[in-house]
Design a protein around this ligand. Sequence first.
Ligand SMILES: [Mg+2]
Length: 183
Amino acid sequence: MNKDRKTIAIDMDGVLADIEVQFMDWYESEYGIRVRADERLGVPEPEGFPDQNAIKRYVYTPGFFRTIPLMEGAVEAVRTLMEDYEIFIVSAAMEFPQCLSEKMEWLQEHFPFISWKNIIFCGDKRVIATDYMIDDHCKNLDFCMGKPILFHASHNVNQHHHLRVRSWNEVLDIFEKENAAKA
Ligand SMILES: [Mg+2]
């Protein structure tokens, strides 16, 4: 770890991995219905789908986490951020212990340039002491020690107490400004 560099904790699901699209795809292939994002605004993830048990079932199904599509622009943005910051991938993966190896394989496939030393699979994220945290859940950001950044998701549209970004381009804009302020 380079002590001169500030640190950023980056969440996986809903930030690097487009879990909303995965939920919609899996739900559609099982039930034949596409439940669009605009039909689920402000609703917790499982409750946004007509069969509310489906989502809870998917997150325990082998292969679910391994095959989540990438969030647009995530790989390029993380590479860019790594030029000036130390990046930690921080996932509360202990909630679904069967996903640990799948998440590790997913990261090795899409982010092979991130060392295992910079990957933290944990329970409660309050112990994470990075300078910044990017996450789609306020429950993780509300108590974080660094500067919180809320990644936009259908379930969090009504939460306004953190700086919101709607895309990885917006994340890069924020850190460009941080860099300019530093210089
Ligand atoms: Mg998340």
